[in-house]
Design a binder for this molecule. Sequence first.
Ligand code: KIV
Ligand code: ZN
Length: 513
Amino acid sequence: MADKLIIFDTTLRDGEQSPGASMTREEKLRIARQLERLRVDVIEAGFAASSNGDFDAVKAIADVVRESTVCSLARANDRDISRAAEALKGAARARIHTFIATSALHMEKKLRMTPDQVFEQAKLSVRFARKLCDDVEFSPEDGYRSDVDFLCRVLEMAIKEGATTINIPDTVGYAVPELYGGFIKTLRERIPNADKAVWSVHCHNDLGMAVANSLAGVKIGGARQVECTINGLGERAGNCSLEEVVMAVRTRRDYFGLELGIDTTQIVPASRMVSQTTGFVVQPNKAVVGANAFAHASGIHQDGVLKARDTYEIMRAEDVGWTANRIVLGKLSGRNAFKQRLQELGIALDSEADINAAFARFKDLADRKSEIFDEDILALVNDETVTHQHEHYRLLALSQHSETGERPHARVSFAIGETEYKTESDGNGPVDASLKAIESKVASGAELLLYSVNAITTGSTESQGEVTVRLQLGGRIVNGVGADPDIVVASAKAYLAALNKLHHGPDRVPAQG
Ligand code: KIV
Ligand code: ZN
């Protein structure tokens, strides 16, 4: 068998660090199950020591995922490493990923530590992590901008102390492919015990080269693990995109000569799940998972594809899961069919009461929309968290009036905790009026950073509108997502969902802290 390339997904850790992308425990669990169906080798489930919420999410994922290794990030100190080990106790296969910055800039300005102190701390941390877990990954943060002699010293020691994977982050996305690939090659050649560890690449996309750099790390540098996220989700310009790296290695097997364990037909469902959950919309021309990735608009291309598909297509849409956009249920579908579809989609609702509530919403939607797709069900379950009894802010009813030449007016009833409120407002448009009506009562003072509307399923005005609202308050940024065939209602749900996140949000320490 040819060499295997390990796919390490960090959507739930590095991806989630993207402002506004924070997810609830249930959302993370749902995505982890989808990542397992996608058959990623390693799921970085979070950073257990950063907050109780993160600890619970890592633990919940470790307890249910059986096929993929589950990993937690930990700074290079005993407390973080112990918390990671504790959260991972139930995992079938666990990994602790510990890191400390090694570039002169980070050591001096951020850590205020000397290189010798960093060396000692890394040594004690890898040693301690290895006592708690057989599978230990070590990352020198800002590794690509670190002094190569110092890095060789640190990495040789980390392998000697038992690190089984050595990951080289391009933390700030500064690398270019040839140089990054060459850097990994140099490290592997110079470090005497390099062959005792798997080498891994971790690239950020600030210059748009995260995928190219990762592939160069594999091809030139000999790395055999790629760290990546679904849709390239991540801080700033994001991380290396899983779907692009996977499809490059698979489509150009002639060049890379590497095996993958991935079930590529699960790529598009994973992409949709991540975008619907976080509200980070996928651009239409995004490789592999963008709505236009397989659409041939020009006459010449259409003609060519009809005569012989490979004239213009290097991958088949169905191989990456583009067939998933199918009608799954309708008005006459019963509760059992609905429940089964939830299971097939990896959605585990906590109780029969939650399933009943979701089913009631499904029936309501099916009355208004003749064809219900997987994406509709996912949106409906995401919405469920907005209207669910334990949520602080819940939409009860909304009516609005807009007429040419008149100023639109909205009336909204919603609950805050146990109390119901009725409120109304004018606005520039019906959406503006509805959100102003809510804000006039809540008085959150949050700043609206983004408002966007998308059709959940393409090709019909019957589609549900999916609205993302991004709010900022006191340094925290959250996204709220709401869906409904009526986009004004979807907007109100999205606004309340964002307020709920501000209300419940975890206070966590930053991973790069
Ligand atoms: O980008 C980075 O340096 C990281 C490390 C914590 C691995 O995400
Ligand atoms: Zn990173």
